[in-house]
Every structure is written in structure tokens, then in C-alpha cells.
Write a protein that binds this ligand. Structure first.
Ligand code: ZN
Length: 143
């Protein structure tokens, strides 16, 4: 059954990420610095290289792959919630190469920022805590 909780918009943050930074770590660090425990994230820009994940539903493990060349971030979309008591950013990205071909997946550490413009929306509402989900093997929101 679909479970929803009501949240409201609290504040918007806009910024530019540091050249050479780790994309996922930099977004997570910004959320921790501003004490954002619930929110959503969007960004556009470019990366020098990327590491993405694909969750294999049979083996219940992430298969990670590297795109070892510059690419555009045509879309990054994600959310902020709590895992193990700390804010955690879960983001997916679509990247495009010099032919406009797209790659996508679960954003993993070791994705290096070339330039990135980000908007974070802090939300107010009940806590969204990630707990191990038996059906999927993933740390999903405990609803
Ligand atoms: Zn994911």
C-alpha cells in the first residue's frame, strides 16, 4: 500500500559546488552544514568523471560502473532523509556525453564535479528514517 506523509516547504537554498569536489559528498556536506534532515535536491552542471550504481534486484547488490570522461549533468534529482541518525542524500543522475548519449543511475561517491549549480529545498514534517526493507534489501523509508 502506498503510504504518504504530509510535509511543507521550509526554505530554499541555491548554490554552486566546488570544482573538483566529490558530487555526493559535497551535497551531503551542505545538508549537514545547514542542518537539513528532510528535503529534496536538484542540480545541473558537468562532471569530470562519474561513478554510478545499478541495483540488481536478483542479487540485491549494487553494481557500480565508472564513466571515465567528462559529461554533462543533464539532471540530478534526489532527496534528503535520515539514515543511522544522520542526514543522507539519495540522488539519481542522468549524464550526457559529447554525442548527447545519456547514461543514468544511482549517484555514488567518486563522481568529480567540474561545475554544478544546485537547489536544495528544506522540508518540514515528520522524520523520514531509512530502515532495512526485507522485500527489496534496500534501506527504505520506514512508513
Ligand atoms: Zn538509488
Amino acid at each position: 500500500m502506498t503510504a504518504l506523509k504530509s510535509v511543507t516547504s521550509k526554505k530554499l537554498y541555491m548554490g554552486r559546488l566546488k570544482h573538483g569536489a566529490d558530487l555526493l559528498e559535497e551535497i551531503t556536506g551542505a545538508c549537514r552544514k545547514e542542518n537539513i534532515k528532510l528535503g529534496r535536491v536538484e542540480a545541473i552542471g558537468a562532471v569530470k568523471r562519474a561513478r554510478l550504481g545499478y541495483y540488481d534486484q536478483k542479487t540485491r547488490e549494487y553494481k557500480f560502473f565508472t564513466i571515465d570522461r567528462p559529461a554533462e549533468i543533464t539532471s540530478l534529482i534526489g532527496n534528503v532523509s535520515i539514515k543511522d541518525g544522520e542526514p543522507m542524500v539519495h540522488a539519481h543522475v542522468t549524464l550526457a556525453d559529447d554525442d548527447g548519449k545519456a547514461y543514468g543511475g544511482h549517484l555514488a561517491p567518486e563522481t568529480e564535479v567540474f561545475a554544478c549549480e544546485i537547489i536544495i529545498e528544506a522540508l518540514e514534517g515528520p522524520a523520514f528514517n531509512r530502515q532495512f526493507d526485507k522485500e527489496t534489501g534496500l534501506p527504505l523509508w520506514d512508513m
